[in-house]
Design a protein around this ligand. Structure first.
Ligand code: CTP
Length: 397
């Protein structure tokens, strides 16, 4: 989705400026045209040559260098850009942008551009907490700027607190979200579930499954990139939180059921990619079970069927984790759970199942159409599923 998109990357004078190289590199690798503008102080932290080498494009630092054709083009470029991102943004940049001062290449481009502007602050803890900075950020937000909040952690000053530049992947995720605003899922609300639910046996142990959550997360990110408002109900996973997606964390099937019931109010579609544990211990021991006896019998009872029981007027997409008779079993699930679409995967296929980044699925619709897909990345599978969701949502109207 970043292919051929023009991203203006504004860099200001913070120690975190070196991270802008990573941002530029990831954007360039994803196919974006990255136009770098830097303030004079920023050039003390990272060389324009570094940014030029990464992006393959001229870097503009001096607003008075009007002899340079590129600088003039750059001011015009503000109008043509798809998005501008300022990372890192210092307190000074934020203050100037809030009142419309344009006295360096970055603030000048902010004023000149019609593109959405993303601001990723990075500064010392006290500067960030200062009410003036907070007021300035609030002003920018009110004017439609998108702020990627800094993180908590160790700062260059040695202090620990809020002020570290947000994670690079979070900044890139926000860029994708902003670019996706006009995608084919714009204005649609999607609820996606991911990961494997866990049913506690005692405070130390649980019944679970091998789901990594990757398929559900890929769907949530793909839907975000296509403009949807996404709620991700996530059972425990080790995956990073996707930017621009509301994540609701749950552990057990019962918790997931109530989170889904709440999230689907006003939803256009529910995609249940979670691997839901089918049985839970009848009781959970309050203390850790000691290995006193030679054997142990656990009494298990069925968990609720979230997808089968959820009510509402939205598209229902299920997954079918199968190890045999894939299409036949998936069709039965589609029928029993009254789904619009079911995505069946063979969990015995090592390249297309638990933990890996690829998947080999068969998509079956209510009208009986069976579409067998080749081995694809989970992100590609996510987009193929969403293509179908877009088609069905169109017909629903
Ligand atoms: N699912 C659910 N609640 C459950 C079990 C499954 O909502 N208690 C959902 C899954 O998220 C998936 C679909 O139902 O989208 C099918 O899940 P799967 O585990 O393949 O099937 P089950 O219904 O559990 O049937 P079985 O385990 O007998 O194959």
């Amino acid at each position: 989705m970043l292919t051929n998109k023009t991203v203006i990357l504004g860099i200001t004078g913070s120690i975190a400026a070196y991270k802008a190289a990573d941002i530029a590199s990831k954007l360039t690798q994803a196919g974006a045209k990255v136009e770098v503008v830097m303030t004079e102080p920023a050039t003390k932290f990272i060389a324009p040559l570094t940014m030029h080498s990464i992006t393959g494009r001229a870097v503009v630092t001096d607003m008075f260098d009007l002899a340079s054709q590129h600088t003039i083009e750059h001011i015009a470029l503000g109008g043509a850009a798809d998005v501008m991102v300022i990372a890192p943004a210092t307190a000074s940049l934020i203050a100037k942008a809030a009142v419309g001062i344009a006295d360096d290449m970055v603030t000048l481009t902010v004023l000149a551009t019609k593109a959405p502007v993303i601001v990723a602050p990075a500064m010392d803890v006290n500067m960030f907490a200062n009410p003036v900075t907070q007021e300035n950020l609030a002003k920018l937000k009110a004017r439609g700027f998108i702020i990627v909040d800094p993180e908590y952690g160790r700062l260059a000053s040695g202090k620990v607190g809020w002020g570290r530049l947000a994670d690079v992947d979070k900044i890139i995720g926000t860029i994708k979200q902003v670019l996706g605003r006009s995608g084919d899922l714009a204005g649609k609300r999607l609820v996606v579930t991911a990961g494997g639910t866990q049913e506690p046996i005692d405070p130390a142990r649980h019944i679970g499954n091998r789901s990594s959550g990757k398929m559900g997360y890929a769907i949530a990110e793909a839907a975000r990139d296509r403009g949807a408002e996404v709620k991700l109900v996530a059972a425990p996973t080790s995956l990073p939180q996707p930017a621009g997606v509301e994540v609701i964390r749950v552990r057990t099937t019962v918790e997931m059921k109530s989170a889904v019931a709440k999230a689907v109010a006003k939803a256009d579609a529910l995609i249940m990619a979670a691997a839901v544990t089918d049985y839970q211990p009848r009781t959970t021991a309050r203390a850790k079970i000691k290995k006193a006896t030679p054997g142990l019998t656990l009494e298990l009872v069925r968990t609720p069927d979230i997808l089968g029981e959820v009510k509402g007027n939205f598209l229902k997409v299920g997954f079918a984790a199968e190890s045999e008779d894939i299409v036949v079993n998936a069709k039965k699930k589609l029928q029993n759970k009254q789904l619009d679409l079911i995505v069946a995967n063979d969990i015995t296929d090592k390249k297309g199942g638990f933990g890996v980044d690829t998947n080999k699925v068969t998509i079956i619709s209510r009208d009986g159409k069976v579409e067998k897909l080749p081995l694809l990345t989970k992100r590609e599978v996510a987009d193929r599923i969403l293509d179908r969701v877009v088609g069905m949502l169109g017909k629903k109207k």
